[in-house]
Design a protein around this ligand. Structure first.
Ligand code: SF4
Length: 342
């Protein structure tokens, strides 16, 4: 099925000409979509009526519908559950920071990686999202919530490097000056550590930020909370991250989840400092949301602060993530799961 949001302007031109339409109509269509947030052929009134009628048949626009919307009480986070053309749903989150608006994009429906702390994985993997379905998540926010967009993080539901080709195409599409013209430096891709694809990404010539979900300072603990660690051990993940930095010059961020009594302990702080101290990297420490289903809980403030302070004193650049949206079930997948339970 053709999807308008999957197309570059050039591809749309070729498509229109093949349908007997004028090439320049692609300029008008892209202007409507990417400048005016218009996503209905009927509203594209500069197009001849017969073209609009034909386009409705050959290129129907499947703009995602909002199934639910949650606004955090801090006024800085909005979460949308969007329905796709086949009825599947995906979550997308807008975070309003001092430095601009960032959207957390989902790359798959469900996820096969099955991290213990993640709601997205609970019902397994359903399917990959197309590049256009990822573009549409951004367009939905521009239309319904906030027209200005400064950065994206591919950190929602799914493992982006297991949907490699579509995710690369998505980033290239939104980088294009005919669409959203977003700089690669304003894009972050978060992976659980799919090592071969991390090497592929380094070759793409796209200076995006790579974020790696480390979450534990040794293989034994990492395997307990991230089954993917069986396949890709810590040292291989760290080596691939170093390679990414060497090739792209982009500092890698390591995500580290703080779980009471498990990953947020003195022993873990020491091990993590030995592993990452003195390196040109960043660590993003993220307190888990209490998860009663799997018995994983958020540490108290004092323990988290001590953990972070220890790392800082031992040469690890680390920030404790300012939480946004925990009150609106911002952990990936929670909204979708909630809907399935209804
Ligand atoms: S944390 Fe990410 S990679 Fe892990 S199961 Fe959830 S969506 Fe998949």
């Amino acid at each position: 099925m053709n999807n308008l949001f999957d197309m570059t302007k050039k591809e749309l031109q070729t498509f229109l000409v093949a349908q007997g339409m004028k090439k320049f109509r692609a300029d008008q269509i892209f202007h409507y979509v990417y400048k005016e947030n218009i996503f209905s052929w009927d509203e594209m009134v500069l197009l001849p009526k017969k073209d609009r009628q034909l386009l409705k048949d050959v290129l129907p626009i499947h703009f995602p519908e909002i199934v639910s919307r949650l606004d955090a009480s801090d006024g800085q986070t909005v979460k949308l559950l969007l329905q796709l053309a086949d009825g599947e749903t995906v979550e997308t989150v807008l975070m309003m920071h001092d430095y601009g608006n960032s959207i957390c994009v989902s790359s798959q429906v469900g996820c096969a990686v099955n991290c213990a702390f993640c709601a997205s994985a609970k019902n397994g993997f359903v399917r990959n999202l197309s590049a256009g379905e990822m573009v549409a998540q951004l367009l939905a926010f521009r239309k319904y919530v906030m027209p200005e967009l400064h950065s994206i993080v591919i950190m929602g539901t799914g493992e982006p490097l297991l949907n490699y080709d579509n995710v690369i195409r998505f980033m290239k599409l939104i980088h294009d000056k005919d669409t959203l013209y977003l700089g690669y430096r304003n894009m972050t891709l978060s992976t659980s550590g799919i090592v071969p694809k991390m090497y592929d990404l380094a070759k793409e010539g796209m200076p995006i930020t790579l974020a790696v979900s480390l979450h534990a300072p040794n293989d034994a603990l990492r395997r307990r909370i991230m089954p993917i660690a069986e396949k890709y051990p810590l040292e291989a993940v760290l080596q691939a991250a170093r390679h990414y930095f060497d090739v792209t010059g982009r500092k890698v961020t390591f995500e580290y989840i703080l779980i009471k009594g498990l990953t947020c302990t003195n022993a873990c702080a020491k091990e993590l400092a030995r592993l990452l101290g003195g390196q040109n990297i960043l660590v993003n420490a993220i307190p888990i949301n209490d998860n009663y289903d799997v018995g994983l809980y958020r540490p108290d403030e004092k323990t988290m602060n001590e953990f972070v302070t220890y790392l800082q004193r031992h040469g690890v650049p680390v920030t404790l993530r300012r939480e946004m949206g925990s009150k609106i079930q911002a952990a990936c997948g929670q909204l979708r799961i909630k809907r399935e339970k209804i």
